[in-house]
Ligand binder design. Structure first.
Ligand SMILES: [Zn+2]
Length: 351
């Protein structure tokens, strides 16, 4: 089955300003790469629709939506120190959200198994009532709301492997047991949230899992966190769909990040997530682009994800063995398991 891609020229029209790292060129390079025969023959393209106000209200304040709508047609509006709009940003932001809904409909109708929404602006820093960190509307949080409100889903797993912690997404579901947010991120770092102790509140206690990593972590550390923390929690949570905030600023040469993940590591994380989706929710998996600012790395990582989803892996056998067998008893992991022990079982794996 081909991998469904969601793309649209409107996403190239959002321009936060000259020399901004979150530039249209990011997606332009990805879209160009998608035209190459090796990717074109294994993908199918879906077009986004614009989200409507009623849908945005699931996750954002009415006054905030008004504020963003008012940017339409204006040359430049500075929303926060890092986030600015251009005349078409509002339309792009509406379609970045609507892309999620189109992808979810395709998944729940069984038209495809994996969908990759290649959109901008990104979303995981966007809060209820403010733009933040290059993000305007919280695309993935709105996707989770759509599953619960429109598709009769009961449980949504969000996996956020962007370099940065997704503060907006965490806050959206911090008191909810319906949405489990799992994030691996560089810490301490922007945006400041994402400590391991932030495990959720009230009925949501235990349903927020943060893996704060020091800079310098690479394929092995990420593989270990996925295998030893994400997999057991996801299996017990048993989601109806898996959403991924797929940021590629964890790439080793990213100008904003301090991690050392390679495209092979990205492919491995994709494999773990895809296996979970197949085992737990009929393969239903929606990935959405977040960060990633090394243009060459971004293109390589996105390609690695698509090849892995299709089943044409770039992971060499020896690297696969290595990643599957990494021991993973880092201090961070042990601390997280201790914090989450009241909510989830962590049994030693023997596979
Ligand atoms: Zn990021």
């Amino acid at each position: 089955m081909p991998v469904a891609i969601i793309k649209d020229q409107i996403f190239l029209q959002h321009d936060p300003g000259e020399h901004h790292p979150e530039q249209p060129e990011r997606l332009k390079r990805i879209y160009q790469r998608l035209e190459q025969p090796d990717l074109a023959e294994i993908t199918t393209v879906l077009s986004p629709r614009a989200a409507i106000r009623e849908e945005l209200l699931w996750n954002h304040a009415p006054e905030y939506i008004d504020q963003i709508e008012a940017t339409a047609g204006k040359i430049r509006v500075q929303l926060d120190p890092d986030t600015a709009t251009s005349p078409d940003s509002y339309q792009a932001a509406l379609k970045a959200v609507g892309a999620q809904f189109v992808g979810l409909e395709a998944l729940f109708q069984g038209l495809c198994k994996a969908v990759f929404a290649l959109v901008r602006p990104p979303g995981h820093h966007a809060e209820y009532d403010r733009a933040m960190g290059f993000c305007i509307f919280n695309n993935v949080a709105l996707a989770a709301h759509y599953v619960l409100k429109r598709l009769q889903g009961k449980r949504v797993l969000i996996i956020d492997w962007d370099l940065h912690h997704g503060n907006g997404t965490q806050h959206a579901f911090y008191k909810s047991a319906e949405v489990l947010y799992f994030s691996v991120h560089q810490f301490p770092y922007y945006p400041g949230t994402g400590r391991a102790e932030e495990i959720g509140q009230g009925p949501g206690a235990g349903f927020n899992v943060n893996v704060p990593f020091p800079p310098g972590c690479g394929d092995k550390e990420y593989a270990s966190a996925f295998r030893n923390i994400l997999v057991p929690v996801a299996e017990q949570f048993s989601p109806d769909v898996i959403l991924v905030s797929a940021g590629f600023d964890i790439y080793y040469a990213d100008p904003l990040g301090g991690m050392s993940v390679t495209p092979v590591g990205i492919a491995y994380m994709t494999r773990v997530v895809k296996d979970l989706a197949e085992k737990l929710c009929q393969g239903r998996l929606l990935l959405t682009l977040e960060g990633g600012y090394n243009l060459q790395g971004l293109v390589e990582c996105v390609s690695a994800v698509i090849f892995e989803l299709f089943g044409r892996s770039i992971i060499p056998d020896d690297r696969l063995q290595e990643l599957q067998n990494c021991p993973g008893l880092t201090e961070v992991e042990l601390h997280i398991k201790e914090l989450l022990k009241p909510y989830w079982r962590f049994v030693p794996r023997h596979d």
